[in-house]
Write a protein that binds this ligand. Structure first.
Ligand SMILES: [Zn+2]
Length: 105
């Protein structure tokens, strides 16, 4: 599965205030899958919505990650509304085994 390993850095389009967005500030991923020639393609969509604390401007970030074939990173796409990106987020493939290990220890 895919996770956001590093959140984006943005600034408000209206007042230029800067924000460091933490990966946990995003909603849980929406995951959809499509069957293709090498198996399933998984699409993850994370959304972040907030209002600028200074000018109340609406800030929206949509992060999309594609895993295809399963376990391999394919590509990513970022959409920014009401804000300007300073640094894109980073996505990472996490293998399920690592999660199971984390649960034991
Ligand atoms: Zn603002």
């Amino acid at each position: 599965m895919m996770i956001i390993s590093k959140g984006p850095k943005i600034k408000c389009k209206r007042c230029q205030k800067q924000y460091d967005i933490d990966p946990v500030d995003f909603d849980d991923a929406d995951i959809s899958s499509d069957e293709r020639s090498m198996g399933y393609e998984l699409q993850y969509t994370w959304q972040y919505m907030s209002n600028c604390v200074r000018c109340k401007n609406e800030l929206t970030i949509i992060v999309e990650g594609y895993e295809y074939p399963v376990g391999a990173f394919n590509y990513e796409e970022f959409t920014y509304e009401g804000c300007i990106v300073i640094e894109n987020p980073e996505l990472e493939i996490k293998h399920i085994e690592e999660y199971e290990d984390d649960d034991i220890y």
